[in-house]
Design a protein around this ligand. Sequence first.
Ligand code: SAH
Length: 205
Amino acid sequence: MPYIEPASRIVLIVVFSLFSIIRVLYYRRAMTAGYATVIEESRKYSIWLSVFICYEVFTFFLYIWFPQTLAWAGLSLPAWSRILGIVLGVAALLWFVWIHRSLGTNHSARLRIKDRQVLVTDGPYRRIRHPMYSAFYLLHIAVFFLTANWFIGVTWLAGLTFTVVLRVRREEEMLLERFGAEYGSYMERTGRFVPPLKPVRSKPE
Ligand code: SAH
C-alpha cells in the first residue's frame, strides 16, 4: 500500500494536534473555574512532567519535518500495523474527549485537590480510576505504530510509564485524604487502568 506511510503521517499530525488543543481548552477551563487549591504536589514532580512533554514535542517535530534524523530507528512493519495505529489513535482521541467531559473542572496537570472538587465516579470513571492515563497509553502505542520507529516507541512509552509510576500512588493518597471512605469503596469496585476482572459485588440491602 503506497499511500499508507503519508496517510499515517497525516493521521499522526491530526491526532497529536487535536490532543493538544483539547488538552489546552480543558486545562484553561479548569484553571479559570476559580477553585482554590487545598492540597498540592511538590513542584519537583511537575518539572519532570514539563521536561518529558518537551521531549515528546521535540521528537514529534523531528520525525515530521526532519525524518532522516530518526530514520536509523525505522522498522519495516506490515501495512496493517499502520492501520492499527490509525484505529488506536482515533479511539484514544474519542476516549480522551469523553474523559475530559466527565472530569470537567476537577482536572489539573499538576496533582492537586481543590476546595470544590467532587469525586467523579461515572462515565469512563465508573470502572476505571485513571482512564486518562489509559488513554495516554493508547495514544503512545498508536504513535509507535504510526511512526514505525522503535526509538520513538521505546522512549515515549518508557517516559510515560515513569510519569505514571511517579504519580498514581500519590494521586490516590491525595484523593483518599480528601474523600476518605468514599474513595476507599470506589477503589474496591474499580481497576487502576483497565476495568477489574472480578465481578462487582452488589451491596446487601
Ligand atoms: N488520574 C485521573 C485524572 C488525571 S488529572 C485519570 O487518569 O483519569 C489529575 C487530577 O485529577 C488530580 O489532581 C486529581 O485530584 C483529579 N482526580 C483524579 N481522579 C479523580 C476523580 N475520580 N474525581 C475527581 N477528581 C479526580
